[in-house]
Design a binder for this molecule. Structure first.
Ligand SMILES: Cc1cc2nc3c(=O)[nH]c(=O)nc-3n(C[C@H](O)[C@H](O)[C@H](O)COP(=O)(O)OP(=O)(O)OC[C@H]3O[C@@H](n4cnc5c(N)ncnc54)[C@H](O)[C@@H]3O)c2cc1C
Length: 432
């Protein structure tokens, strides 16, 4: 049996050591057989399942995931430019089973009973737990844009879950004539991947610049500002003529009437405060809320799941931990790196609890890259700790920051390489 001490944990935690750097792990192996059921095999769920087993192989870990493979949303915008395939962002759960001994069940969790401490699946399996981790990602608030629902989205894709709709959107771009118009409808805050819609516009522009240079991309946005806006706009000026007569990308924010209320799918027209906009390709990213199981299991307050930010334990039900996009983890963004970091904090807290210890003082990390053009990457990074009242995850001053506005071309090019290696590292850390 492997004994894992604090130093080992820091080494094993790799790229995100800071996420749990302040925890102690006394006596991890004292607990005997404990059962942890993880709902959702995305970034938060896989990272948690893997690290639980890695840090304490005596814990029995079962991961319940609806889909047989994980297709990452991160880097899926590159599928739209044609820079990568959907296969290159699709991964198997095999190593979680074979290398780490996680029991992977392909099924959907349909109920979590916090009293019986049991997860029930659509396939009829009952899974008892000592701790349950829930990382189901987001769901859409379909009722918010008239004329847009899950059925319409098959033809007018959101592509906000990477998969078949990403291919649909790519095919629509391929079929669009030169001089065609793309409309992207951005969501209100909070939503998964704050810079995602703007990276998407950049990646579509990258494709159009080479293949359909007379085309236009219009972003309709219900917000007055967006993540990394200064850096995006600078990159758009440099590569896509932003704010000139020949601009390929146009951004219409809330103050200019960018809020969209309806879609006429047959006429391929969206209705915004600024007027009606007809397009060849429409991509609507709807407003968001926590994944469905979080509502079914009574884990939400409003749209998201309140958690004790020291441990990620639900504030609504004991012994259930909610991670990633579904959790209310302000001021961390809803990102892959954040979910990965939060998973380590929750794992540390659960193992401390199993060992009869108090959770330690966590720190958390986020890094997020966006690729604006072939050789132009930008990023934002932060290290966070709990505010004194324990209510906020606050960034530590001077700990990260944005790519500089005056970075050299070489720096921008290097950030593309960093983005691609970040991607490999996150996938490795999750499930390989
Ligand atoms: C276009 C795009 C680009 C992005 N780019 C980046 C980026 O560059 N960097 C970054 O850090 N983040 C990025 N993100 C955000 C990132 O993908 C998410 O923040 C991250 O995946 C959140 O992890 P999670 O575990 O909360 O949810 P997810 O990774 O979405 O995983 C949730 C999983 O739970 C499963 N599930 C849900 N309900 C059930 C149930 N009842 N039973 C069983 N399984 C269930 C789902 O099938 C899914 O596999 C991007 C997102 C998008 C859309």
């Amino acid at each position: 049996m492997n004994r894992i001490n604090r130093r080992d944990f820091l080494r094993l935690a790799g790229g995100s050591t800071l996420a749990a750097g302040a925890f102690g792990f006394p006596g991890l192996l004292l607990a005997g057989t404990r059962k942890v059921v993880v709902v959702g095999g995305g970034v938060g769920g896989c990272t948690a399942a893997k690290y639980l087993r890695k840090l304490d192989p005596t814990v029995d870990v079962t991961l319940v995931e609806t889909k047989p493979h994980y297709t990452s949303c991160f880097m899926s915008n590159e599928v739209l430019s044609g820079d990568r395939t959907l296969e290159s962002i699709t991964f198997s759960y095999a190593e979680l089973q074979s290398k780490y001994g996680v029991n992977v069940i392909i099924d959907s969790a349909i109920a979590i009973d916090p009293v019986a401490k049991e997860v029930r699946t659509a396939g009829g399996t009952r899974l008892p737990y000592d701790a349950c981790i829930v990382s189901p990602g987001v769901d859409f608030k379909w009722e918010t844009i008239e004329g847009y629902d899950a059925a319409v989205a098959e033809a007018i894709p959101h592509a906000w879950f990477a998969g078949p709709q990403t291919t649909t959107l790519r095919n629509q771009l391929l079929a669009m004539p030169d001089g065609g118009k793309v409309v992207i409808v951005a969501p209100p805050n909070p939503y998964k991947c704050p810079p995602g819609p703007y990276e998407r516009a950049s990646q579509i522009a990258m494709y159009c610049k080479h293949h359909k240079p007379r085309s236009k991309i219009l972003i309709l946005d219900p917000k007055t500002k967006f993540s990394k806006a200064g850096l995006f706009k600078q990159g758009w000026e440099q590569h896509y003529g932003f704010e000139t007569d020949h601009s390929m990308i146009e951004w219409v924010g809330k103050d200019q009437g960018g809020t969209v209320s309806a879609l006429d799918a047959a006429a391929k027209t969206v209705k915004a405060e600024a007027g009606d906009f007809q397009a060849d390709v429409i991509n609507i990213i709807p407003p968001q809320k926590a994944g469905r199981i979080a509502f079914v299991a009574d884990l939400v307050d409003g749209d998201w799941c309140p958690v004790d930010k020291r441990t990620f334990e639900s504030k609504r039900h004991a012994d259930i931990y909610v991670l990633g996009d579904a959790s209310s983890a302000a001021k961390m963004p809803k990102s892959a790196y954040a979910a990965n970091s939060q998973a380590k904090v929750a794992v540390a807290a659960i193992l401390a609890r199993f060992a009869g210890e108090q959770p330690g003082e966590p720190t958390y990390v986020n890094t997020c890259y966006s690729i604006i053009a072939e050789e132009h990457g930008i990023s934002v990074a932060a290290v966070y700790r709990l505010s004194e009242d324990g209510e906020q995850i606050a960034s530590i001053e001077g700990s990260g920051g944005l790519s500089p506005m005056d970075a050299s071309a070489e720096h921008r090019k290097r950030e593309v390489t960093y983005a691609h290696s970040w991607f490999e590292n996150v996938i490795d850390d999750m499930m390989r």
